[in-house]
Design a protein around this ligand. Structure first.
Ligand SMILES: *[C@@H]1O[C@H](CO)[C@@H](O)[C@H](O)[C@H]1NC(C)=O
Ligand SMILES: *[C@@H]1O[C@H](CO)[C@@H](O)[C@H](O)[C@H]1NC(C)=O
Ligand SMILES: [Mn+2]
Length: 404
């Protein structure tokens, strides 16, 4: 019975679409097909049984979330959390291929809300939290001109970030007064989780963040510092070469985008040009947690150090998949052995519960170097599941009585 009803509806929609094409009236297309609250596209049999069919079939968005055309047709749809692809890899020094990161991460995320998506250790389900969470697709990015591409990424990100969020400012759990926004305009803005792309994209993303929040603290998980001066890291030949995946934080600091002293790296283990690289890193404004410190501080010690550094400030989170050891996540631009396990990074990310993460990115996934088992894209998706849960558990804003 149910099956035949859906069949009739489907046929009607398909023939309706065909009609619109014939009339060539694109604006009559049913662009409001996404209804909120979003219902997961689980396939149920006539006995009500949920089957896994919908998990591996169908068009792939992040975690099977609804695709909203945020950058084109549906610019006025208010949203709370947007997944957004930035398929860019012309700032890479070693292995190219992160332009396929967004589609790879989406493929790795297909099972995320299998049977609902409840996050057991965080005791929360991001998908039923009341937030409007969508996949906005990818920002169009030129593969021919990296300076132009960097501008495209900034513009695309800004166009979503600068809108007002769907949910109003949340109330303080203690005083029940409305929280005060960290944004310069005092409004509640959406949070964006950007799927990279090589790490260069974090420069235009921080420019966009700066336009809404001003200078921001940064939590950065990576085996590399990425605060190198262009003359040290491949940037000597031209201004375009100077902006690459090893120098973007240096540029961000020069532009005043990073809050000095309350930013922190984790999982660092790269070789250096010399110890002076750490002096530059200090000037850029980062504290550091080395990958090997997990053996002395442990996961809890690392979480504690991050909380002490960032405090109650709004913070941007940037995750290079190479923070995870290549044994667990080999498909990346510049792999470094001696990293954290997927389990350790996920535990550390859950430890960010309580922080005010205004937006995040996950970069440097280059699926062509993955194993047939899709280790890296799965790890990337699961890492973002922790980030998404932490975001939905912690509404943005500061309590008036407890302002810094
Ligand atoms: C915050 O509290 C006010 C006043 O009690 C209430 O009207 C409003 O709905 C609450 N907002 C949220 C987001 O819960
Ligand atoms: C950040 O602070 C450090 C230590 O106080 C200082 O040496 C450095 O110049 C500052 N950097 C910027 C970009 O202001
Ligand atoms: Mn890196």
């Amino acid at each position: 019975m149910r099956f035949s009803t859906s069949f009739v509806v489907l046929t009607a929609i398909t023939s309706g679409l065909a009609l619109e094409y014939h009339h060539d009236h694109a604006e009559e297309m049913p662009f409001d097909y996404v209804k909120f609250p979003y219902e997961q596209p689980l396939y149920r049999t006539s006995t009500g049984e949920v089957t896994a069919n919908a998990i591996f079939s169908g068009i792939t968005t992040f975690a099977k979330l609804p695709w909203v055309q945020c950058l084109t047709r549906q610019q006025d749809v208010p949203i709370d959390i947007a997944f957004l692809g930035a398929p860019f890899d012309t700032g890479t020094s070693y292995r190219p291929g992160a332009r396929f990161g967004p589609s790879g991460i989406r493929a790795g995320s297909r099972r995320l809300n299998l049977y609902g998506g409840y996050n057991v250790p965080l005791e929360a389900n991001p998908f039923t939290s009341g937030h409007r969470i969508v996949d906005c697709g990818d920002i169009p990015v030129s593969p021919y001109d990296s300076a132009y591409a960097v501008k495209q990424i900034e513009t695309g990100h800004k166009s979503i970030l600068q809108r007002a969020a769907f949910l109003p400012m949340a109330n303080d759990s203690e005083t029940e007064e409305a929280l005060e926004s960290f944004a310069l305009d005092g409004k509640n803005h959406p949070r964006i989780i950007t799927l990279g792309g090589d790490h260069t994209i974090t420069l235009p993303l921080l420019r966009s963040i700066n336009s809404v929040y001003g200078p921001i603290s940064v939590i950065h998980f990576d085996s590399h510092l990425d605060t190198w001066k262009p003359k040290v890291f491949g940037g000597a030949p031209s201004d375009t070469a100077a902006v690459n995946h090893g120098t973007y934080f240096w540029h961000a600091s020069q532009e005043g985008l990073i809050k000095n002293g309350s930013s922190i790296h984790g999982a660092i283990r790269t070789t250096l040009s010399g110890l002076e690289d750490y002096e530059v890193d200090d000037e850029v404004g980062f504290q550091r947690i080395e990958a090997r410190e997990i053996d002395t501080l442990g996961v809890d010690g690392i979480i504690k150090k991050i909380h002490e550094t960032v405090g109650t400030r709004p913070v941007y989170l940037s995750i290079d998949i190479d923070s995870i050891d290549p044994a667990f996540a080999p498909a990346t631009g510049t792999p470094e052995t001696g990293g954290w396990t997927t389990r350790e990074l996920r535990a550390i990310l859950r430890g960010l519960d309580g922080l005010q993460i205004v937006s995040a990115d996950l970069v440097e996934v280059a699926p062509a170097y993955d194993t047939n088992a899709e280790l890296t894209t799965m790890a990337a998706a699961d890492v973002l599941f922790e980030v998404l849960t932490v975001m939905t558990k912690n509404p943005l804003g500061k309590a008036k009585a407890r302002m810094n």
